[in-house]
Write a protein that binds this ligand. Structure first.
Ligand code: B4P
Length: 198
């Protein structure tokens, strides 16, 4: 198997996935694949996919699996020379995780580790509402939509921890504290995991 570093950055909405991804890609020279960012760019350019995604995102619901899996596949194929990838906000369902495993196996690689940021609901709501004041993101402004996003996470996404635990790839990281301290903990987990696979 090719020795790429492929990280899944996992956690509830507002756990810090985007924040930490930007620091991790710089340190490990990885390609950042954020399904949330790709969807927001489709919305900004007003594509058909973007319009369909907006209707769901604005209710705090997940976009269909087939849509996000297709987006990830084309990004993998556009970056075949990458040292590895950070999957930020993907996978979010068991179907997405299975599809990702297949896409990577077909390309002679696999997930190195899944880093799961844990943050309590009260702190998540506080962070998202505060980002909503500056980002203009419609899904960050209304406490009822944020509650739906957390519910979607608990129902459809949290079970993925078991999926990666069964593969011995789950690392749980406390996502409350300073951004730099959390980053250092993530890097230590990445380094332990990449030694064990190489
Ligand atoms: P995403 O774009 O993935 O984003 P997110 O869950 O909102 O946030 P993230 O965890 O990245 O938070 P951030 O670092 O920015 O998803 C948006 C929507 O797109 C989803 O609800 C869904 O509808 C759709 N979607 C995306 N991917 C999908 C998929 N695979 N399948 C189906 N649908 C999909 O941090 C949040 C805030 O906290 C920031 O303001 C940050 O500054 C702050 N913060 C970060 N770390 C902190 C810390 N340690 N202390 C204090 N504040 C901190």
């Amino acid at each position: 198997m090719e020795k790429k570093l492929n990280l899944v950055l996992f956690g509830p909405p507002g756990a810090g996935k985007g924040t930490q991804s930007h620091m991790l890609i710089e340190k490990y020279k990885l390609v950042h694949l954020s399904t949330g960012d790709i969807l927001r760019s489709e919305i900004a350019t007003g594509t058909k996919l973007g319009l369909e995604a907006k209707a769901l995102i604005d209710q705090g619901l997940l976009v269909p699996d087939t849509v996000v899996i297709g987006m990830i596949e084309s990004k993998l194929d556009a970056n075949t020379d990458a040292n590895g990838f950070i999957f930020d906000g993907f996978p979010r369902t068991v179907a997405q995780a299975r599809a990702l495993d297949k896409l990577l196996t077909d390309r002679a690689t696999g997930i190195t580790v899944m880093l799961a940021l844990e943050v309590d609901d009260e702190e998540l709501t506080k962070r998202l509402l505060s980002r909503g004041k500056v980002s203009g993101r419609s899904d960050d402004q209304d406490p009822a939509i944020i509650e739906n996003r957390i519910k979607e996470y608990n129902n459809k996404t949290a079970p993925l921890k078991d999926y990666y635990r069964e593969q011995s790839k789950l690392r749980v990281i406390n996502g409350v504290g300073s951004i730099d301290d959390i980053f250092n903990t993530l890097c230590a987990a990445v380094e332990r995991s990449s030694v064990s696979v190489n």
